[in-house]
Write a protein of this length. Structure first.
Length: 446
């Protein structure tokens, strides 16, 4: 009796195993307590019938590969370290390095541009919406996060490329035309990225973008045979301008300027990664940042270091540089700037209500403006620069015109500016009275 019962159980189990092997749906039908007409049972059958054998095989192969790669083995059972050593001996390139494939690298960099631009437009629309609907505040955070993620992905990509290049033992071959193409696309995507980071107020991300770009350009200069640098100076000017629009402190902006001046643009740096010498655009970006923070003395010192003193990096200013400096001096007069004597003559030697002859003035801003004017050639200045200079004269005339003070001779100072303008060519000086006469009339009224 016991023998018959055991034989019956063994036969039943054998039949169930055979059924589950050839027909899984029969196994679910015979072993499940859920009726076959229910929705759950139908979902089970559909899930088992809808998966082709190829998908199951690929999934099994993927799990096997992942497990073996975690153990440090490939499919044949050999260790990955041996493969890495053999690749290194053969001079093979590391995986995922796009610098050796310029077309794919350019396509990758170009793919960042529409993504960042689309998120910037979404951010702008969200900002300009005067009446946000319910839940829009939460969506604005999502827009900010999407823009930050788009810029951060660029940082990761540049860092990964730089790390892959630094692991190479051999020099890569890159043509000059190829580097120039990469340079143009890299400039566009970095400008978009730093502007996008500025729009969300993330000055830390701006700093990461610039350091990632410098690291990648340095790796390209070290590991390739090209003599064409990868970065343009404009990137740093955009970064300084963008960081100035955020809540970053002056020390953060200054550290970015020092990185550009001492580590990138300096002639003593080991690798030249700038495609051209620094221009007035970068200098004006830093001067504008100092102007927004009312740091007049720091701006004057910076300009003289770049333009006059013997320095490793010399940057010549332009008309916009003069306009920034003259505008800062004029604003410092109107905002009650500290009066200091830089004339070499003691102000106490003058009698109250005297009008000082010549260009010497009790207003140090005007004297400083004249000294700055001597550092520019006539071809470097335009209407805006002279208008800013006359604004300094107008402010000095209004402040130093009260009784009991040493007066600023605004009329004579305005005429001295006109005397300096006579060296210009006739064609370029025709429109100068347009900005000179209104300023002079206001000085005469004062």
């Amino acid at each position: 009796m016991k023998f018959c019962l055991l034989f019956t159980l063994q036969t039943t189990l054998s039949l169930l195993c055979a059924a589950s092997f050839f027909r899984p749906d029969i196994f679910y039908t015979t072993t499940s307590f859920i009726p076959s007409s229910t929705i759950i049972h139908q979902r089970r059958r559909n899930r088992n019938e809808s998966l082709p054998d190829s998908i199951g095989k690929r999934a099994s192969l993927f799990v096997t590969l992942q497990h073996q790669s975690a153990l440090g083995k490939n499919i044949e059972g050999s260790h990955n370290i041996d493969d890495d050593m053999s690749r290194k001996e053969e001079g093979a390139l590391p995986p995922h390095l796009l610098t050796v494939q310029p077309d794919k690298l350019i396509q990758k960099l170009e793919s960042f541009i529409p993504n960042i631009s689309r998120n910037r437009m979404a951010k702008k629309k969200r900002t300009l919406d005067p009446n946000p609907a319910r839940g829009e505040s939460k969506r604005s955070y999502n827009v900010n996060d999407a823009l930050i993620n788009a810029c951060t992905s660029l940082v990761y990509f540049l860092n990964n490329e730089a790390d892959s290049l630094n692991t190479l033992d051999n020099q890569l071959q890159l043509l000059t035309e190829t580097v120039e193409s990469i340079r143009g696309v890299l400039e566009m995507v970095l400008v978009q990225a730093v502007r996008g980071a500025s729009e969300v107020g993330d000055f830390v991300l701006i700093n990461k973008l610039i350091h990632a770009a410098v690291g990648y350009a340095t790796a390209v200069a070290l590991k390739t045979n090209t003599t064409s640098p990868l970065l343009t100076p404009r990137i740093f000017g955009e970064a300084i301008t963008s960081m100035s629009k955020t809540k970053a402190s002056h020390s953060k902006v200054k550290s970015l300027w020092n990185l550009f001046l001492n580590d990138v643009a300096s002639n003593s740096s080991q690798q030249q990664i700038l495609s051209s010498a620094p221009s007035s655009y970068e200098l004006n970006a830093m001067l504008s940042s100092l102007s927004e923070r009312n740091k007049v003395s720091a701006a004057l010192t910076l300009y003289r270091q770049m333009a006059e003193e013997e320095n490793d990096v010399k940057i010549e200013g332009d008309a916009y540089t003069a306009s920034i400096l003259f505008g800062m001096l004029a604003d410092s007069i109107g905002s009650g700037g500290v009066v200091r004597n830089t004339n070499g003559r003691a102000i106490g030697n003058f009698v109250a209500d005297d009008v000082i002859d010549g260009d010497v003035s009790p207003c140090w801003q005007w004297d400083e403006a004249l000294r700055l004017l001597d550092t520019f050639s006539s071809v470097q200045l335009n209407n805006f620069a002279y208008a800013a200079l006359l604004k300094v004269n107008e402010q000095a005339t209004e402040v130093y015109c009260e009784a009991g003070m040493i007066r600023h001779n605004g009329v004579q100072c305005a005429m001295s500016v006109l005397e300096r303008m006579k060296d210009l060519t006739f064609a370029s000086a025709l429109d100068r009275p347009i900005i000179f006469l209104p300023m002079s009339s206001r000085v005469l009224r004062s």
